[in-house]
Design a protein around this ligand. Structure first.
Ligand code: OAD
Length: 248
């Protein structure tokens, strides 16, 4: 049975008529491109300790170690291509009058697929931030020639422009994400385990403000009980099917 049979007639007509749609994505959306997720058997946090690599304290203790890990991840991500799930979400931007894509992913693959202005809640692995004055710059060098890398303007050390555990999100970014969830008529939550805040609260926020919430994941998550439908399967297969339903 196609998972899309779980979408009732009401949900489908809402999807077809909605003007304001938003989606939250997580690592699962990039899994079919070859990017490792964070949790689960093969997940990064199963093999590495977040507190050694993704906290401000870890960076203060050993910036070279943290940068070597990010260099490894950058090398892994650099050759990856967007998959049909990324492409379908880029299409959503053209299909709906008002579509906001919010992502926890730092790999930049949504932009490569053509999504124009994704809200990158956790930053971007291709951006660095100068420790002296906070200047954010793109850096696509793989592998990095110098670890830790330095600011090309002032020579100070730079850090990955990524939100680490224990750090606050950029208020402008939170505000865009919350506004999108609050105003959405339909909200998708795709390929995320739904355990990292504040991203995980967006589905509930959308629901409390009247949105129809549709989850896409390989398995049920802690968010499943609060959504209108959970479609079980790979987002790279299910999202293109949703595009066809909306167009049909
Ligand atoms: P997780 O690794 O926690 O969860 C990935 C989710 O994707 C799981 O629920 C999987 O079942 C699901 N999944 C895997 N493959 C899929 C596929 N092909 N189609 C659909 N779903 C699939 O990743 P996130 O929820 O994104 O933070 O993790 C949230 C944050 O925790 C990340 O942004 C990262 C991490 O620490 C930072 O780096 C700051």
């Amino acid at each position: 049975m196609s998972e899309l049979k779980k979408l009732t007639g009401d949900i489908i007509s809402r999807l077809k008529s909605a003007k304001r749609i938003a989606a939250l994505t997580g690592a699962g959306v990039s899994a079919e491109s070859g990017a490792p997720t964070f949790r689960g058997e093969e997940g990064l946090w199963n093999n590495y300790r977040a507190e050694d690599l993704a906290t401000p304290e870890a960076f203060e203790r050993d910036p070279a170690l943290v940068w070597r890990w990010y260099d490894w991840r950058r090398n892994l991500i650099a050759p990856l291509k967007p998959n049909p799930g990324h492409n379908a979400l880029a299409m959503f931007e053209k299909m709906f009058e008002n579509f906001t894509l919010v992502t926890q992913n730092v790999d930049g693959l949504h932009r490569v697929a053509g999504s124009e202005n994704p809200v990158e809640m956790h930053g971007n692995i291709w951006l660095t931030r100068c420790l002296r004055d906070g200047t954010v710059k793109e850096n696509r060098e793989t592998p990095l020639k110098e670890i830790p890398p330095r600011c090309s303007d002032c020579g100070a050390m730079v850090r990955p422009h990524i939100v680490w555990f224990g750090e606050s999100l950029d208020p402008a970014v939170i505000s865009r994400a919350f506004k999108a969830a609050q105003g959405a008529e339909v909200f998708f939550v795709i390929g995320t385990s739904g355990v990292v805040q504040p991203a995980a609260s967006l589905a509930g926020l959308a629901k409390n403000n009247g949105a129809t919430v549709i989850e896409i994941n390989l398995e049920p998550t802690p968010l499943s009980y609060q959504v209108d439908a959970t479609l079980l399967g790979p987002s790279g297969r299910i999202l293109p099917e949703i595009v066809s339903v909306i167009k049909g």
